[in-house]
Write a protein of this length. Sequence first.
Length: 136
Amino acid sequence: MPIWSKGRVVLAADAAYAPSFRSGQGTSLALVGAYVLAGELASHDDPTEAFAAYERIVRAFVEANQALAIKADGEDLLLPRTPEELEARNRMLAAFKRGRSADDLSGKAGAVHSALTLPDYDRTLARRGAHRIEGQ
């Protein structure tokens, strides 16, 4: 979506930024988005300001993760069309079988997955005088 909120309505997770299943990041993006949205709502008195902050914080991270679904280095590993793409896919799957992660195989994915440092809303809310719920 080009914008994730209008007035007092906001979109989150798949409604705002559903990544292709090829990115492998649907659940991660949903959790990051929910965390940041909740934190920004708790940190702002005006929901429209919270929505704008949520989008400002999360959008670049979402777009980078969505881009993982695009062919990596010119190869389509999910639907290989050439013998070279088939071989690259088979090498990747064999590496997974040996216990190597995708991050071991591609620094790009690892860099994208860890590109966002989540805000510390406990600290933000403490400065605003908000209190945590006991037991959390």
